[in-house]
Design a protein around this ligand. Structure first.
Ligand code: ZN
Length: 268
């Protein structure tokens, strides 16, 4: 699921992005350059998607699948259907949504029951699509029980994929989210251990502090990918063995406390 605060994102910054991409390439390199044909179905509902947008979306989703393949031992098969429903009409978009007053209204969501992505077409809908497709790939990897922070954090990381000058694909930095995380830490508003234990959709999407949760989830993934990208795969492997978030992080960092200390140092 995707919240709606993307509009605050400033224009893309090529230098920072390239650095992140470079790390991503090192991390995922064994499969990065393999061309393959993901089965992508884009249903534009109530309008016609421009040909150039279809081409761009296909490129970005294929790249996302490539990057995902670097994270798991199971490669995503070309035949895996990726269905993206894009709505121009907000009411129609929300028809598939189980409304609940306690939680925020989304800009997009992934429906595990039919494994399809639903996206409202606003100015940032490309990133919302990439966000929801990340949930689809995560679901394929049998991680429906994966902790919310890593599922949403990775979706937030991948939603910042973009094509520059009609050529290369880069990962942008979500600067406003990182800036807010520095403030949460400064103001002592963040209990990281408590945050990592949020495990239900209901608790995660509660209106109170929903932005904080997406910010922090993203900042953790950003921190790990930027400093130790190889840790991501190891954390997933530990989670798959049934370890909880603290144990998985402790396993790669030496101790959970060390993870927390390094995270806080990074955003000081
Ligand atoms: Zn999400």
């Amino acid at each position: 699921m995707k919240n709606l605060d993307k509009l605050k994102q400033p224009p893309k910054v090529a230098t920072a992005s390239k650095l992140i991409l470079l790390l991503a390439v090192i991390f995922f390199s064994f499969i990065y350059f393999n061309a393959f044909a993901q089965k992508i179905t884009i249903n534009a509902i109530g309008y016609k998607l421009a040909e150039a947008d279809t081409v761009a979306l296909n490129r970005l989703v294929k790249q996302e699948a490539n990057l995902y393949n670097g994270l798991f031992d199971n490669a995503i098969p070309d035949s895996l259907p990726v269905v993206i429903n894009i709505y121009k009409n907000r009411k129609e978009f929300l028809q598939e949504w189980n409304d609940n007053k306690e939680i925020m209204l989304p800009g997009g969501y992934y429906k595990p029951t039919n494994q399809q992505c639903y996206v409202y077409k606003d100015g940032n809908y490309f990133s919302v699509i990439l966000h929801e497709v990340s949930h689809r790939f995560m679901h394929y990897n049998n991680y429906s029980g994966v902790p919310k922070w890593i599922n949403e954090g990775l979706s937030e990381f991948f939603e910042a994929l973009y094509i520059a000058d009609n050529k290369g694909i880069y990962v942008d930095e979500q600067t406003p989210r990182l800036k807010r995380v520095k403030d949460y830490l400064k103001d002592n508003r963040l209990n990281l251990k408590e945050f990592l234990s949020i495990d239900t959709q209901q608790a995660w999407n509660k209106k109170d502090d929903v932005t904080l949760r997406f910010d922090v989830a993203y900042s953790i993934l950003f921190f790990i990918i930027k400093t130790h990208p190889e840790f991501i795969k190891q954390i997933f492997a530990a989670l798959k063995q049934g370890k909880d978030s603290y144990t998985a992080l402790g396993f790669v960092y030496g101790s959970y406390q060390l993870f927390e200390t390094r995270f806080k140092q990074f955003y000081r």
